[in-house]
Design a protein around this ligand. Structure first.
Ligand code: OSB
Ligand code: MG
Length: 378
């Protein structure tokens, strides 16, 4: 059985994206259940708009209902690493695939009585937590955010930058926190004509400059890396292992942000970790503002030995007052403990999820599809 729930949670601090200010995020929670009644949960953390990824909540929902859910139903597999083969012919749609992949890994590791982190080969007892700070209305407000998270013990702070919000706010945070591990993320917002900005940022002692140019611009990233001391980190440029191979080959950076969502699930994320390290790159675990389910999957993958730079995995409370899992993910003095109980190590509040879901999809046994605006079954 495959079930999915569209769930929206209020954000404790609204943030600015390229299109608008967001006060809620809607993600899809996925539940799979095998013939013995063992269940597992996953999360599709796609953005609601198509600016970060071509996938949106709506497109993921459609893919789940029409292709990915049906491909998984009734399929026979021994290990979650084999699940990807079920949809190998379906191109793209990695966020949607990641939700099902996580659910299958959770279900499998629960039935094996093993923590997900260990099932993946993770070794750490705690992962290093960092925060990602968005574009604020003023530098003063950004400084207040930076002070707050530095005081909470987070191991590094990443600042989102965009043309018009770059050298000045970054310099201000650097002045206030001379020894803090700091990096910037441009989400591909710059062109090569604007490279002077990176020459200035290069003097601020940053750990890395994340995704300065658009996703396809691998040679531009390589050219920039050759002129900078600071490491270039790729995020949006690397959706699969072939793109990673090309990036390594071209020297398009020295660091990879591995996101379980962007890479289509834990199996590919783990392979990207292995291959990046082999190619001499450093890696860290990025995030997509996940609710507790996806956040717990991030903690599990970040426990692998090659994740040596601090992650974007903060406590749930940075974004949500009330998470969908119990206990919520917590950062303690900049570390998130890796659970030692089976599966994700956090229990989904299933009654809550069923109650607040704006739409529910159920495939298998009796397939019932309830769309937004229609009444839900009791
Ligand atoms: O570029 O890393 C990014 C969120 C949405 C889209 C892109 C990115 C992000 C983040 C979120 O930085 C970090 C987090 O989950 O805390
Ligand atoms: Mg990024």
């Amino acid at each position: 059985m495959v079930e999915a729930f569209r769930v929206s949670l209020p954000l404790v601090h609204a943030f600015q994206t390229s299109s608008h200010r967001k006060s809620h995020l809607e993600h899809i929670l996925v539940r799979v259940q095998d013939a013995d009644g063992e269940a597992g949960w996953g999360e599709i953390a796609s953005p609601s708009d198509p600016y970060y990824s071509p996938e949106t909540v709506d497109s993921c929902w459609l893919m789940l209902e029409r292709y990915l859910g049906p491909a998984l139903l009734g399929a026979v597999w021994d290990h979650p690493a084999d699940v990807g083969a079920l949809w190998a012919k379906i191109r793209g749609h990695r966020f949607a695939k990641a939700g099902l992949d996580i659910a299958c890994w959770d279900m499998w590791s629960r039935s094996a009585g093993m923590p997900l982190a260990r099932a993946l080969g993770g070794e750490r007892k705690a992962i290093a937590a960092g925060v990602s700070l968005g574009i604020e209305p003023t530098v003063t407000e950004l400084l207040a955010q930076a002070d707050r998270y530095a005081a909470e013990g987070y191991r590094r702070i990443k600042l989102k930058i965009a043309p018009g919000w770059d050298v000045e706010p970054v310099r201000a945070v650097r002045r206030a926190h001379p020894d803090l591990a700091l990096h910037v993320d441009a989400n591909g917002a710059y062109t090569e004509e604007q490279r002077e900005v990176f020459a200035e940022l290069d003097r601020l002692g940053l750990t890395m400059i994340e995704q300065p140019y658009p996703p396809g611009a691998l040679s531009a990233h390589a050219h920039l890396q050759s002129r900078l001391e600071t490491a270039v980190c790729l995020d949006e440029s690397v959706d699969d292992l072939d793109q990673l191979d090309s990036a390594i080959e071209l020297c398009a950076g020295r660091v990879l942000n591995i996101k379980v969502s962007r890479m289509g699930g834990l199996t590919t994320a783990r392979a990207a970790h292995d291959r990046a390290i082999e190619g001499g790159w450093r890696v860290w675990c990025g995030g997509m503002h996940e609710f507790g389910v996806g956040r717990a999957a991030n903690v599990a993958i970040a426990s692998l030995p090659g994740f040596t730079l601090p992650s974007d995995v903060s406590g749930s409370d940075k974004y949500y007052a009330h998470d969908v899992v119990e206990p919520p993910v917590r950062a303690i003095f900049g570390g998130v403990p890796v659970p030692t109980t089976p599966g994700l190590g956090h229990e989904v509040d299933e009654p809550l999820v069923r109650r607040i879901a704006a739409a529910t999809l159920r495939l298998g046994e009796a397939a019932v599809i309830v769309r937004p605006g229609t009444s839900r079954p009791a």
